[in-house]
Design a protein around this ligand. Structure first.
Ligand code: TXA
Ligand code: MG
Length: 376
């Protein structure tokens, strides 16, 4: 496969979008920009095409794909029911970084898309290139993030090519993804509550503004992060179970896999004060260096002065703690930078789990495989 168009400074033009739509219709895979991360798309009705996604990514086949549509009218064909609360959330946040899991209408999509589940996750991306591509293709498009399975998701076309060049039909370049983290995945429960299966670009507060704060049941990345359960368990304990106060919300099947990880060892440092966390991190980095590790530190801008000069071989700032949008936008590129620097031992500062911070911590904790270091 060759890149359809590689335009680093101009947005994908109409001819490139048409060519990409043609590839999709012909059963090929095409990577395209969305407002969250780049997706790797294929015609969701075509099993061979969908299989090519799993192949290219090296993705486990029991992890279902999100189906992307350009218009609300396309939803009817895909699902049998849209609960009122789900419709209200779509009214408010589509197009946008919200995926809604709904009861699947049998016989339309390839069963590979949903990994055999009787539900399907649907979203309408808020990106002009994505919407134009979906409209031109005229079919529902299954699209996971366009990275090799386990790697940080791509926020640039160059990231897609780093991971998938030669394995896909092409990539549309739309510049840097705006949100930088994947969509929020929700499922409306029979009791009307909204289970957050994966935190993302739409915050809990935004969901609560539509559904009421009492209705939102979510997952927390930390401090009580538990290793993801296995798929069988996830499927055996669907929504109703998890709506109870003491049971955790169900997770998207994909949440059990190692994800977003840099090649080096990564740990998340949490402390009651920024200076305490920085002191602990600096100490750990110094001893890692003495062991011969190439070190990396991921931190927030205002904490930089708390670290000794040259605290790590590669120091990457996510921007100010007060601007989680900036941190979300730069997180995956930052994790890829540690790989480029050859970092073998990486520490990352934790951030408060409010607003977009929930999604940031969720991805950091997954990238760190749950390794959290409590500062003194
Ligand atoms: O922002 C996004 O959502 C990006 C862009 C490309 O749209 N896509 C994305 O896809 O992140 P992917 O495949 O990397 O993540 C899909 C997540 C997985 O955790 C998967 O388990 C969950 O959504 N999911 C998909 N269908 C589901 C279903 N029927 N029930 C529960 N979870 C589902
Ligand atoms: Mg992904």
């Amino acid at each position: 496969g060759e890149a359809v168009r590689e335009q680093s400074d101009s947005p994908a033009d109409l001819a490139a979008i048409r060519e990409a739509a043609e590839l999709l219709r012909a059963g090929d895979t095409v990577a395209f920009p969305t407002e969250t991360v780049y997706g790797l798309g294929a015609d969701a009705r075509n099993t061979e095409a969908v299989e090519a996604i799993f192949q290219a990514k090296g993705r486990p086949s029991d992890n279902p794909l999100i189906v992307h549509i350009a218009a609300r009218a396309a939803l009817e064909e895909l699902v049998t029911d849209v609960p009122l609360t789900a419709a209200a959330l779509m009214d408010a946040y589509w197009p946008g970084p919200l995926t809604v899991v709904l009861p699947l209408r049998p016989g339309v999509l390839s069963p590979r898309v949903t990994a055999g589940l009787d539900t399907v996750g649907v979203r309408m991306p808020d990106h002009p290139v994505a919407l134009a591509l979906l409209a031109a293709a005229g079919c529902p498009v299954a699209a996971p993030s366009a990275n090799r399975s386990g790697r940080p998701s791509p926020t640039l076309a160059a990231h897609v090519l780093d991971d998938l060049a030669g394995k896909i039909g092409g990539v549309l370049d739309g510049g840097a993804a705006g949100v930088g983290l994947e969509s929020t995945v929700v499922q409306v429960q029979p009791d009307g509550s909204v289970a957050v299966l994966r935190p993302g670009g739409i915050t809990a507060a935004q969901l609560a503004a539509v559904a009421g704060s009492a209705a939102i049941t979510g997952i927390s990345a930390a401090p009580d992060f538990t290793p993801p359960q296995d798929a069988a368990e996830a499927l055996a304990h669907p929504a109703p179970d998890a709506a109870g106060e003491d049971s955790p919300a169900p997770r998207a099947p994909g949440m059990k896999y190692a994800h977003y990880a840099p090649q080096g060892w990564l740990g998340v440092v949490r402390g009651s004060s920024p200076s305490g966390a920085a002191k602990t991190a600096a100490g750990l980095l110094a001893s890692a260096r003495r062991r011969g590790e190439t070190t990396g530190m991921l931190l927030f801008e205002e904490h930089l002065p708390l670290y000794p000069a040259g605290a790590a071989d590669c120091v990457v700032s996510l921007g100010p703690l007060a601007l989680p949008e900036t941190a979300a936008r730069s997180l995956y590129a930052a994790l890829r930078r540690f790989d480029e620097a050859g970092a073998t031992y990486i520490l990352a500062e934790a951030c408060p789990e409010t607003g977009l911070g929930s999604a940031i911590m969720n991805r950091l904790m997954k990238a760190a495989a749950g390794r959290i270091i409590d500062a003194e």
